[in-house]
Design a protein around this ligand. Structure first.
Ligand code: THU
Length: 136
């Protein structure tokens, strides 16, 4: 199976574990690491609402905490039409840790769309700007 299909499959499968107690909106994400490994995450909600963590960030943070530092692709799966893209906070985190990777969106009925991170987060703020501030 090609890596994109494998990633969608993983995201679909982990989506079933979503802790979507309040919204009932279940999301699964899977990131492909440079070594071919796949790291999965689902959204995790709690009674504060505001401390919810999206599936994409769970997947990336899990991988980072396992020591993985290079990523090649990310897939996001929700049961929606149109397809669910990453939220603004997740776009920032995907850009920071994965760079300009392909972002594959899919639903449960075979819908698939592909973007690059630079399309989803044009004019990104990132570490390159931190060095560019004028000295006081
Ligand atoms: N959510 C994600 O996990 N990823 C997205 O890309 C969009 C939103 C979650 C957060 C919350 O648990 C639920 O979906 C509704 O916003």
């Amino acid at each position: 199976m090609d890596k994109e299909r494998e990633l969608i499959r993983s995201a679909k499968s982990v989506r079933r574990r979503a802790v979507a107690t309040y919204s009932k909106f279940k999301v699964g994400a899977a990131v492909l690491a440079a070594d071919g490994g796949i790291h999965e995450g689902c959204n995790v909600e709690n009674s504060t609402y505001g401390l919810t963590v999206c599936a994409e960030r769970v997947a990336i943070f899990k991988a980072l905490s396992e020591g993985v530092r290079k990523f090649r692709m990310i897939a996001v799966v929700a049961d929606t039409d149109p397809l669910t893209p990453p939220c603004g906070a997740c776009r920032q985190i995907i850009w920071e840790f994965c760079g300009d990777v392909p972002v594959v969106l899919a639903n449960l009925r075979g819908g698939v769309a592909r973007y690059r991170m630079s399309q989803l987060l044009p004019l990104a703020f990132d570490r390159k700007l931190l060095k560019r501030a004028s000295k006081p």
